[in-house]
Design a protein around this ligand. Structure first.
Ligand code: 2YH
Length: 291
């Protein structure tokens, strides 16, 4: 447990690796199905909602855009399967997507030369979508936060409820968790926050007077039906803690459910390793309505 907590409080973000992303290209249909069971919306519809735009209008538009994924070798280098996964997600949404032949700056040159509209590139710290035609840049952490917050809101609505006025617990105040707080506030939720780094949690809460820090995760889980788990830590929500009324929307990698909680969760658990964040990046980059 000590090791897990140390890993969680370490600053920085989760680095994806081949084993956890290799199945993404072949799992897009299943993801659509599981998202629809949880939220009533498929990946495209959910991403359009998080992009603040109408999915029917956008679905007629995406085919007009070409998107390129530029592999980046800097820092810890290329993650085998990463560009392939991003490209597969974009193709699934209807974009004409490809991976550049060259990585890095030469790859960006290739994007210009082939006249692609949007390019996607990630190093160890940032993952951006850059639309060269309208100058919109979308950050993966913000897009991921918006996607999983809107998934939580859509899941509530799918059950005939609303997030507005409801307490929502955000676990983990890294780049995704802190952006999720802003998104939840926009939707009128009453936001509670938990982070194992108490100093960080208290500093965040004092800067954002509207959020309530919680000192005990176990107690907060007892009282909060809607959970946004953005902590990159396993086994923080047990089967016993996952009550029937709860919905857990989980951008954190690894997700926080124990094996027992996962076996019982069904459509109350919303999670993926990359697609929803990439889908929101893509649709925000071609939509001027979300800011
Ligand atoms: O996974 C990451 C970082 N943790 C940034 C995530 C931002 N939310 N980066 C991917 C690195 C990909 C690599 N450079 C490649 O294959 O191009």
């Amino acid at each position: 447990m000590t090791l897990i907590l140390l890993k969680w409080v370490k600053p920085g973000m989760t680095r994806l690796y081949y084993d956890i992303i290799k199945d993404i290209p072949d799992s897009m249909e299943n993801l659509d199905k599981s998202l629809a069971e949880s939220t009533g919306l498929n990946l495209f519809e959910l991403a359009a909602r998080a992009a603040g735009t109408d999915s029917r209008r956008l679905s007629g538009e995406v085919g007009k855009y070409t998107a390129a994924v530029v592999p980046i070798t800097s820092g810890k280098g290329i993650i085998t399967g990463f560009s392939e996964a991003v490209s597969a997600i974009l193709c699934h949404l209807g974009f004409a997507a490809h991976i550049t032949g060259e990585p890095d700056v030469a790859g960006i040159g290739e994007v210009f030369n082939c006249g692609a509209d949007i390019f996607f590139a990630a190093d160890d710290r940032k993952f951006l979508a850059v639309n060269l035609k309208n100058s919109i840049i979308v950050d993966n952490s913000q897009a991921t936060a918006a996607g999983f917050v809107h998934a939580l809101a859509a899941a509530a609505e799918h059950k005939g409820k609303q997030l507005k006025g409801q307490p929502v617990l955000v676990i983990g105040l890294g780049p995704v968790g802190s952006h999720a707080v802003y998104e939840l506030e926009r939707l009128g939720a009453r936001v509670r926050v938990f982070d194992t780094d108490t100093e960080k949690m208290n500093r965040f809460s004092s800067l954002h007077g509207s959020v309530t820090p919680v000192s005990s995760l176990a107690e907060a889980l007892l009282e909060t039906d809607y959970v946004l788990d953005a902590a990159p830590a396993p086994d923080i929500v047990t089967g016993e803690q996952l009550r029937p009324e709860m919905v857990v929307s989980c951008p954190g990698v690894p997700h926080g459910l124990t094996a027992e909680a996962l076996a019982d969760a069904g459509s109350r658990f919303i999670h993926d390793k990359l697609p929803l964040g990439v889908a929101v990046m893509a649709l925000r980059s071609i939509s001027n309505t979300w800011v």
